[in-house]
Design a protein around this ligand. Structure first.
Ligand code: SAH
Length: 460
């Protein structure tokens, strides 16, 4: 087998990166795994080998000889170039099957093959669901300003002013902002030279309120014609409630700098989630899919199964959404979060919703000497407490899991956007004497390779 060889393949699987998986048959490489971007389970394809490693081959799709029954027409012409939507060209039920299989495989790999993974729960809404986008800004061959998404594994921008995962107003804002910058010849940032001003367009929307935030990330302290910019946006887009600049002078691929400047309106948006009203500052995390988030929190609340008197610890709490949505069933809620602006929002969100049994602190949730110890010192005993864990993609820490076990906490509800770290962490909890309950995946990110999951851990 050599580079550029053409092979015929039956595609037998589809991974979460949107690659069809097949195996060579015959010859000295018999049985070797081949990944083909754009091919899906059930396709018969011709593909050209473009990369050879000891364990697998990568091939480029040349021709679909027999299309799979799971194929659907992609309604986005950028999806293969942009790579954001691994499942854009697949019927939705098959995507849900693959996502369940992905979660199952992660648990199996972590040594938890006997854990039951339920079918993926979904709201059924597969487009326009995102409430946040960060578009890198660049220029095309003609020198026009473009904004879009990075192509897979690269920093080449695939222009996008009509991404079907985003609400239509985001595309309109992309067009307006690019047009404004062209009109005023505002330079775009070039990663290679470190020169130029415009870096990203960061947009956020409250699904229930319709409020939109527009934030331009710039390498500088100001934007030429910034008064005109913010005035025009507010005039043309009635849903925009705030226009901001984010100052990012560092030569880094981290999108946001620390400093914001408000150009017009207010610096945060509001949304209504689970019947509560939340303030969301630009620095704070907020779940990107409003309706799927309500579905997820509902399942988490069911799993927490609070009876009214318990202490609920909301670890990695963001703006307090989970703890506050469960506060009516808890005796007391304590949340911890590392981003100070998010903690400010969480405190304010408790107050504005008239919730008096919730407190929030800023700190490292993974630190066993942190909130957990404070709560134990206050209460004396944490065995009756319930913990909600919702860490970032890298998961939680072994130290935290050990501390939770040491304090004798009986019930943990673990929410995760990364099946691999979730499974790893569940294996720790099992070693520490917890029974791992049924895993319920929730499709928070339809059409993309990502999937959220929730699972209850109960101390035996
Ligand atoms: N539970 C929230 C947020 C989940 S996202 C919600 O559902 O909206 C994970 C959160 O953990 C983010 O807000 C992030 O800022 C925070 N975080 C990351 N590392 C942390 C740490 N070591 N300690 C506390 N919070 C952390």
């Amino acid at each position: 087998m050599q580079k550029n060889d053409l092979v015929c393949l039956s595609v037998t699987d589809l991974n979460n990166l949107g690659c069809g998986v097949g195996h060579l048959s015959g010859g000295d490489a018999d049985g070797m795994t081949v990944f083909v971007q754009g091919a899906i389970t059930g396709d018969e394809v011709e593909a050209r080998i473009i990369r050879i490693t000891k364990q697998y081959l990568v091939a480029r799709l040349e021709r679909i000889v027999v299309p799979s029954k799971y194929r659907s027409v992609s309604d986005c012409n950028a999806s293969l170039g942009c790579g954001g939507c691994s499942y854009r060209h697949v019927v939705y039920p098959h995507e849900l099957d693959r996502k369940r299989a992905y979660v199952e495989a992660a648990f199996k790999k972590a040594g938890l093959a006997e854990v039951t993974v339920e079918p993926v729960r979904t709201t059924g809404e597969t487009s326009g669901y995102r409430n946040k986008a960060q578009y890198p800004i660049g220029s095309d061959r003609e020198g026009r300003t473009v904004a879009g998404f990075y192509a897979v594994n690269s920093h080449r921008i695939v222009p996008s002013d009509h991404c079907s995962l985003q609400p239509p107003v985001f595309g309109e804002l992309v067009r307006y902002v690019c047009g404004f910058c062209d009109r005023h010849r505002i330079s775009v940032y070039d990663e290679r030279t470190g020169k130029g001003l415009l870096r990203h367009l960061y947009l956020r929307m409250g699904k229930a309120t319709g409020e939109v935030m527009v934030c331009l990330v710039v390498k500088g302290d100001s934007l030429p014609h910034e008064e005109e910019f913010s005035r025009e946006i507010i005039e043309k887009f009635p849903s925009v409630v705030g226009v901001l600049l984010n100052i990012n002078r560092a030569d880094t691929n981290v999108v946001l700098g620390e400093r914001y400047r408000l150009l017009a309106g207010k610096s945060s948006i509001e949304d209504v989630l689970c019947g509560l009203r939340f303030r969301i500052s630009p620095q704070a995390f907020y779940q990107v899919n409003h309706n799927a988030c309500e579905l997820l929190y509902g399942i988490a609340k069911e799993r927490a199964d609070l009876s009214g008197g318990e202490l609920l610890l909301d670890l990695y709490c963001g703006i307090g959404t989970i703890g506050l949505s469960m506060a009516d069933r808890a005796g007391e809620v304590m949340g911890v979060e590392i981003v100070p602006e998010a903690v400010e929002c969480a405190k304010e969100n408790a107050a504005r919703n008239g919730i008096t049994n919730a407190t929030f602190v800023c700190g490292d949730a993974s630190d066993p000497e942190g909130l957990l110890k404070t709560a134990a010192d206050l209460r004396g005993d944490l065995s009756g407490a319930v913990i909600v864990l919702d860490p970032p993609r890298k998961g939680t820490t072994r130290e935290l899991a050990e501390a939770i076990a040491r304090y004798g906490v009986r019930k943990v509800v673990y929410i995760s956007c990364n099946p691999d770290t979730l499974a790893r962490d569940c294996a720790w909890f099992r070693e520490l004497g917890y029974e791992v309950g049924t895993v319920t995946p929730v499709d928070m990110f339809p059409r993309t390779g990502h999937v959220e999951s929730v699972v209850r851990l109960v101390r035996q």
